[in-house]
Design a binder for this molecule. Sequence first.
Ligand SMILES: Cc1cc2nc3c(=O)[nH]c(=O)nc-3n(C[C@H](O)[C@H](O)[C@H](O)COP(=O)(O)O)c2cc1C
Length: 333
Amino acid sequence: MKNLTVKYMGLALKNPIVAASSGLTSSLKGIKALEDSGVGAVVIKSLFEEEIIMETQDSMNRMQATGFIYPETMEYFDFDEIEDPVANYIKLISDAKREVNIPVIASINCVTAHKWPDFAKRIQEAGADALELNIFALPSDFNRTAEENEKLYFDIIERVTSLVSIPVAVKISHYNASLASFLKRLSETPIKSIVLFNRFYNPDIDINTLSFTAGNVLSSPSDLSMPLRWIAIMSERVSCDLAASTGIHDGNAVAKVLLAGASVVHVASTLYRNGLSRVGEMLKDLETWMDSMEYTTIDDFKGKMSQAKTFNPAAYERVQFMKYFNPHYSSNL
Ligand SMILES: Cc1cc2nc3c(=O)[nH]c(=O)nc-3n(C[C@H](O)[C@H](O)[C@H](O)COP(=O)(O)O)c2cc1C
């Protein structure tokens, strides 16, 4: 048996596999099943900023009628089932804390620093071990500069971290022109982790009906390269933990992002595709690999292949194909 324990945001986890915020973590039953599957921690499905703000207003229907809800919100929850989403969320945190022994991380999907941040205190009072802020507004507004888009993140972090003492993580997307600088500056705020990266609702077009459809909701293993690259580039250059999310489907992928410098992985798609027994398989494969490499703890290899440590730092920055599309090398294709 290997020692798979890790420290994440100051919390002690029995292993680095965290159940990512998703439908799988939206109920007590789901959270208990995930604990039974062996995960080291759970991130509860996000409560949306709009839900918190609307707690004081009439109803969700009114919110839909005014076009207030963001498209992503529409995709992620079923309005018919919701009676009082905020009260339900607080209850879910306290129920989960009472019923499971693994750390329980709450999550809020937010796009402004107004009106809702006081709610973070209620999350702390309900017993959450940490809070993840899922912040993202698509930078598609022609009238907003990059500085204005980034300011949103810093405003939210400043407000929330001034209100709570539990560790706060920020989950972001890769849509940022100066990603390395942005991540470094984020890590210099009081947050304890950055989760790279969130996965979004992606639009697709049905060319026969000329209608819009949802692109792949679940990731595939090839999506791993995006978090792998950025974890490796940022590892040891940020002042907080890094969590890898997107495209981690098996034990080898876990080993790769830990080698790149991640403290933990957040997984959802592989559990949707393969069932919760996947967690045990991933842990077993991780242990088998550690055994073959003669590693006994995660610290023995964490960050060993980060850009700062590797003998080949250019590997993570090479972005253009040269070899594969050059006729001289066509045998490689
Ligand atoms: C059905 C579904 C619902 C999700 N809901 C949320 C959510 O409420 N909040 C959040 O931060 N991420 C949410 N995510 C993103 C996941 O937490 C995770 O970061 C993403 O799916 C990438 O990991 P994966 O490749 O293992 O799926 C959701 C993902 C899926 C597939």
